[in-house]
Design a protein around this ligand. Sequence first.
Ligand code: 5GP
Ligand code: ZN
Length: 114
Amino acid sequence: MADCIFCKIAAGEIPARVVYEDDKVLAFHDLNPQAPVHVLLIPKMHIESCNGITAENSAVVAAVFEAAGKVAALCGVREDGYRIITNTGAHACQSVKHLHFHLLGGVQLSENIL
Ligand code: 5GP
Ligand code: ZN
């Protein structure tokens, strides 16, 4: 999608520190990390948010979660654990309108989600 920063990263038009890539999924380090490991997992296909997931496109979301454990292993956090978060809409402060999942780890995270 034009003017979508994550579509441009997926197309290789904007550089990113890529951790993992397959035909449906890209994982790259967040520009502004909030944990020692902070990677974004995205479907290469443009889906605006969780609200855009349908029976027709949900296979790419499954592919993201199939990749998650591999990405965690590549980042060295698979055994100690990690958290995956996605923000949807204004109340969740979603700033990039291309579905993405934050994989956070490398430190003891709070028991609280908020
Ligand atoms: P959101 O707030 O939408 O859930 O998360 C968007 C995330 O994308 C933020 O953590 C932000 O740091 C990250 N981000 C925004 N622009 C870029 C970029 O151009 N490259 C990378 N690697 N991360 C970005
Ligand atoms: Zn996009």
